[in-house]
Design a protein around this ligand. Structure first.
Ligand code: ARG
Length: 465
């Protein structure tokens, strides 16, 4: 493509280090789509003849059919998807193919293709997050009354409901969805027509190509347009935050499924056995989701570090933008699907959760609150009194609720029989009706709102790339 200036061809190492076709062939649909938009505009503007524009368009359509059927051929000499398409176009329609590259450069071309690809990745994430949110809401509704220990420091703290716990993840994933949506709002400008870096002298119509590719407007600065990869970082950052949330959920599933906890039985469809220990049922999918988070965050780091030292405008370092995004997107899509399946199909062992909540003196705070409310004891003093009661219950190996009233009154005589109404885990959970609290009626209201929000959201825009 640039033979005119060179006496010798590239060395074998140069060919290999230069080639992006092994990974950027993933952009073939976007590349052909953007080329069709470009050539249609060139034809409409009289920059190439109508006939030539049509010949080029038909050639591009044929290439799309070939790639769909046979895949994209990988010739390192052709470096990347842009040259691969153009070279095939030349084979198919002859020298007129050379008119396609009028008024553009691979720099605006790759920026445009990659934006289109990333926009689709954002939309896939939004759709997958919505499925995961739905699954969480369903299971939370089913278990809005199921009591489990709530933890801080992974130590039993206060009883909560499983519904409340699952809805906590729903909140995270709802926020994540907005990150991908915001990323798409920001990327909604079309770089095509920025050419190599400075724009072009040809009378192009950038509004037309922007519209044809479903962007709201063309980018405003050609230097920025060809050297900006914020959109890819936005995607990776949104994916990283989501991956952190997915990983935390996966970690809980792993803990809950371990025998000492026994809170959950993960679905067969997302577990594996052991080749040596017949009793094993390993939470591999959850562990891989936890592991993939590391790689996704790594991908975000990789691109951030690639970009941070680059002067304007395009530098070849930027070719390295795609592998981390492609890798992260594959891992991210799989992780979202795996966790939606896991949430939907896990059997929660609610008896065991309840027993654990019962066993951990989870209502100690309720006893202290009762002393404050009913006996006007200052909270600090109440805290101390309850500490004594917990100590005694431990000695007697029983729950707070099982301590006889006489024992409690020995610790503090202001305690009377009404205290037992506050000490059950049901009463504890039911009492926490502050907005956003764990009381089942609160949780049910949040579930109803979430359902409403999920049904309200318009179905994902059907932009094709
Ligand atoms: N293969 C290149 C990439 O992925 C395309 C842009 C090349 N531009 C250039 N000036 N060499 O970034």
């Amino acid at each position: 493509m640039w033979g005119g200036r060179f006496a010798e061809g590239p060395s074998a190492v140069m060919r290999e280090i230069n080639a992006s076709i092994p990974f950027d062939k993933q952009l073939w649909r976007e590349d052909i789509r953007a080329s069709k938009a470009h050539v249609a505009m060139l034809g409409a503007q009289g920059i190439v003849s109508k006939d030539d524009a049509e010949t080029i368009r038909d050639g591009l359509d044929r290439i799309a059919q070939e790639y769909e059927r046979d895949g994209v051929p990988e010739d390192w000499d052709l470096e990347d998807i842009h040259m691969t398409v153009e070279s095939r176009l030349t084979e198919l329609i002859g020298p007129v193919a050379g008119r396609l590259h009028t008024a553009r450069s691979r720099n605006d071309q790759v920026a445009t293709d990659f934006r289109l690809w990333t926009r689709a990745a954002n939309l896939r994430s939004i759709a997958a997050l919505r499925r995961l949110r739905m699954a969480l809401v369903e299971r939370a509704d089913e278990h809005a009354d199921a009591i489990m220990p709530g933890f801080t420091h992974l130590q039993t703290a206060q009883p909560v409901t499983l519904g409340h716990h699952l809805m906590a993840y729903h909140e995270m994933f709802a926020r994540d969805e907005t990150r991908f949506a915001a990323a798409n709002e920001r990327l909604d400008e079309c770089p095509l027509g920025s050419a190599a870096l400075a724009g072009t002298g040809f009378p192009i119509d950038r509004e037309a190509t922007a519209r044809a590719l479903d962007f709201t407007a063309p980018t405003r600065n050609s230097l920025d347009a060809v050297s900006d990869r914020d959109f890819a970082l936005d995607y990776l950052m949104a994916a990283s935050t989501t991956a952190i949330h997915l990983s935390r959920l996966a970690e809980e599933m792993i803990i809950w499924a371990s025998q000492p906890f026994g809170f959950a039985k993960l679905p067969d469809s997302l577990s594996t056995g052991s080749s040596i220990m017949p009793q094993k049922r390993n939470p591999d999918a959850a562990e891989l989701v936890r592991g993939h988070a590391g790689r996704i965050i790594g991908a975000m780091n990789a691109l951030a570090i690639t970009m941070k030292g680059l002067p304007l405008a395009y530098s070849k370092d930027m070719q390295d933008d795609k592998p981390p995004v492609f890798e992260a997107a594959g891992l991210h899509d799989l992780s979202l699907a795996a966790m939606a399946g896991m949430v939907g199909e896990t059997t929660f062992v609610t008896d065991r959760m309840r027993a654990a909540a019962q066993a951990g003196h989870a209502t100690a705070t309720d006893l202290a609150d009762w002393l404050v409310r009913e006996a006007d004891v200052p909270f600090r003093e109440a805290h101390h009194i309850v500490g004594e009661a917990v100590k005694l219950a431990d000695v007697k190996a029983c729950s707070l609720e099982e301590l006889p009233l006489s024992d409690l009154r020995k610790i503090d005589e202001r305690i009377d029989e009404r205290v037992f109404d506050a000490l059950s885990i049901e009463a504890s959970v039911a009492s926490r009706r502050s907005y956003g609290g764990t009381a089942p009626d609160q949780v049910r209201q949040r579930i109803a709102e979430a359902r409403e929000a999920l049904s309200d959201i318009a179905p994902t825009a059907s932009r094709d790339t």
